[in-house]
Design a protein around this ligand. Structure first.
Ligand SMILES: [Zn+2]
Ligand SMILES: [Zn+2]
Length: 708
């Protein structure tokens, strides 16, 4: 038994928490904490809301309220959402809490006293109009590295590089738009340079860290550390505890990491055992794990250990920092997808779907070694095919069979076990060892993959042994088989518990247990024959995400690029052409009334945009399958073409069904000037607006002309 501090990155409190934060920090931390508790360790899991800094000030300005209000509002929303998804914090604290401020100020003064914090003048941007200094987000300008416009005062969102605001090209005050000047002002600096040797010593033994975390940190140290300012000219934040410092606050990067310590102290106080935090922070047996996203690495591998060393060398330093890469959204796959779900905020998710479905999907896609991406269609199929059909149905089939008998766990006569059941028992044991090893090493994705492999193997085995036939021919073997499968379900409930606590508890109760799942060692216990099952509830609901067609009752046109391969005049119809087109995978004929605008030879080779799912129609005896898009106004017409795209390229996914002309008209299409070209724009029936930059007007036509 050990003491383990599970420290989870503090979500910034100017917006609701989204899936990226859950996958990057909260969920892996929770899997780890739940596993460590089950295996008999004493766990303290801490986190909270990071509530200072300039982005909150600007969110408050936008929402016409105060930073306090914003910080409170999102703290409440996020605490609830994170509890809803089952993140089992022992405390979820706030950096605006007076007890956090107390710890921060004490550390600040101690470091000052020891000489690790020192005062220094530095040049800062100052707005003479607003009569204030302009830290971080108070200023915008051109990035000194990549020349991107609208770069913020501390970091460029285009190239990601950080810099001092004074390095910005053509800086502008974000409040009044005025041109700031440079003024000297007093600030305090953290003497990182003096801590370099001790940090190197600390890092040298960390070769077991994730490679990216270890190498990144080592490189920073080898490049040499620069002292960093720890104060800012701001109204919102923690006061500098010194006289004549009214307009200065402690910089958010310095104080937020101290939250791991202050929240531990607060937790102990709330437990009524105020000294208990020391067991986690001073004991040589305690191990500290930090769960964070990759953007936070330097703050946890360099800055936080530096503060700890400078403050009190006896305090425990991080043992492991399994930082994650990004979970991405809106990739190529998502934009083409037919789903209408777009919110990635936890609160929106929880209003519609159960927590374990998201935990499962994210655990299977943790960005442990490289970026992964979230996809709603895949989320749905994981929930229905893996959770419901594979795991849920296995539980259902076993439980139903037992309930049809006497509803009690049957006895096990090992003598009658067949080869299939023996192999399954061995696989359970192997899986359990593998899961233990993976979770202990923070390889959570590999852990859940192993458990799912067991589920699949068990399904195949259950199919093979045909227990319903055995029940008629060999009761003793049938009972042994069912015992093994009930044992499997119990073990799945325990092994899945760190990942899927809600459904694990449900299954556990169905197996007749009265207490909650509380020990991993229960895996070694024999299954109590005679224990009564408590009935069946579905473990997982079927999940249906919102789709365009079902959600709207309106269908979308399927827009595809097609190449004109042949043009014929339709006899006795002076406006019509019969046009043969190539969609890549197929050829079609359409009839189109553009003869007075385009010559036949002009058309061949053009890549037009086709409404491919329009209902077929007979025009002058010719079957026309689809319609080309053209912009037309006051006797002028221009085709919409896509010369830069391959034939067959789908511009808008319209689903499988056909659309009638009336349904097609619910999507508004027009051409709009973008620079010097006119490109296709659409407003879909659900209100979404789209722009197709590669589908352009073939000829000059008035800006805004409708397309049909
Ligand atoms: Zn840049
Ligand atoms: Zn100004």
């Amino acid at each position: 038994m050990a003491k383990i501090l599970v420290a989870v990155a503090w979500p910034y409190t100017n917006a609701p928490v989204h899936f990226g934060t859950v996958a990057g920090a909260c969920l892996p931390a929770d899997i780890f904490a739940r596993f460590m508790r089950l295996t008999g360790n004493e766990v303290l899991m801490v986190s909270g809301s990071d509530q200072h800094g300039t982005p909150i000030i600007f969110t408050a300005l936008e929402q016409k309220t105060t930073p306090e209000q914003i910080a409170k509002k999102y703290h409440e929303i996020n605490s609830k959402a994170l509890a809803g998804i089952g993140i089992s914090y022992d405390i979820f604290f706030e950096t605006s809490h007076p007890n956090h401020k107390k710890v921060v100020q004490e550390i600040f003064l101690k470091l000052l006293e020891k000489g690790y914090i020192y005062p220094k003048k530095m040049p800062m941007l100052y707005c003479e109009n607003c009569k204030r200094f302009l830290p971080d987000r108070y200023v915008v300008g051109i990035c000194p590295h990549c020349r991107a416009e609208d770069a913020k005062g501390d970091q460029c969102s285009n190239c990601g590089k950080t810099y001092e605001a004074t390095e910005l090209v053509e800086p502008e005050c974000r409040i009044c738009g005025g041109k700031p000047v440079i003024r000297e002002t007093d600030h305090f600096f953290l003497k990182l340079s003096a801590l370099e040797e001790k940090l190197k010593e600390f890092i040298n033994s960390k070769t077991y860290w994730r490679e990216n975390v270890y190498l990144f940190t080592k490189n920073l140290l080898e490049a040499g550390l620069k002292d960093r300012p720890v104060t800012r000219d701001l109204e919102w934040g923690i006061d500098v505890p010194l006289p004549n410092m009214e307009n200065k606050k402690i910089y958010v990067w310095f104080e937020a990491v101290i939250g791991y310590l202050s929240s531990s102290i607060e937790w102990a106080a709330r437990q009524g055992v105020p000294e208990r935090w020391k067991e986690f922070w001073y004991s040589g047996e305690a191990r500290h794990y930090y769960f964070i996203g990759k953007d936070n690495v330097p703050f946890h591998t360099i800055i936080w250990p530096a503060i700890l060393i400078a403050y009190d060398e006896k305090l425990n330093l991080p043992h492991d920092i399994p930082a994650n890469e990004w979970l991405q959204f809106g990739g190529e796959k998502i934009s083409k997808s037919k789903t209408k779900e777009s919110s990635i905020f936890l609160t929106d998710y929880l209003a519609k779907y159960p927590p374990d479905a998201l935990r499962f999907y994210l655990a299977m896609h943790l960005p442990e070694k490289h970026d992964t991406s979230f996809d709603w269609e895949e989320f749905e199929s994981h929930a229905n095919k893996l959770l419901l059909a594979a795991y849920g149905n296995l539980a259902n089939r076993v439980l139903v069979t037992v309930l049809k008998m006497d509803g009690k766990i049957p006895p096990l006569n090992p003598e009658v076990l067949g080869k299939d059941e023996k192999e399954l028992l061995a696989l359970i044991e192997n899986t359990r060892r593998a899961v233990e090893a993976h979770i202990s090493k923070c390889e959570f994705k590999a852990g859940i993959e192993k458990i799912m492999a067991l589920v699949h193997a068990a399904n195949a085995c259950f199919q093979n042994v045909k227990v319903w036939e055995l029940l008629k021919t060999d009761k003793s073997r049938a009972e042994a088989v069912l015992h093994v499968f009930l044992r499997l379900l119990r073990d799945l409930a325990i092994m899945f518990y760190p990942y899927l606590p809600h459904s694990s508890e449900k299954l556990w109760k169905m197996l007749g247990y009265k207490t909650e799942i509380c020990s991993w060692n229960e895996l070694d216990a024999p299954l109590p024959a005679g224990q009564e099952l408590t009935g069946i509830k579905p473990l997982f609901p079927k999940i249906e995400i919102l789709r365009q067609e079902t959600a709207l009752g309106a269908k979308l046109p399927h827009l595809v690029v097609a190449e004109v391969v042949g043009v014929k005049e339709v006899p006795n119809a002076e406006k019509l052409y019969e046009i043969e087109i190539d969609l890549g995978a197929e050829r079609r004929k359409i009839v189109s009334g553009i003869r007075q605008y385009y010559g036949a030879s002009e058309l061949v080779g053009k890549k037009i945009v086709l409404v491919a799912n329009l209902k077929k129609a007979k025009i002058r005896g010719i079957e026309s399958h689809g319609m080309l898009l053209a912009a037309e106004k006051s006797n002028k017409l221009s085709l919409v073409v896509a010369p830069a795209l391959q034939k067959g390229t789908v511009l808008l996914e319209g689903g499988n069904g056909e659309v009638s002309i009336d349904e097609f008209k619910q999507t508004k299409l027009w051409v709009k000037k973008e620079g010097s070209i006119l490109c296709l724009n659409a407003k879909l029936p659900d209100g979404r607006e789209m722009k197709f930059e590669k589908a352009i007007a073939d000829r000059e036509i008035e800006d805004g002309t409708e397309v049909r």
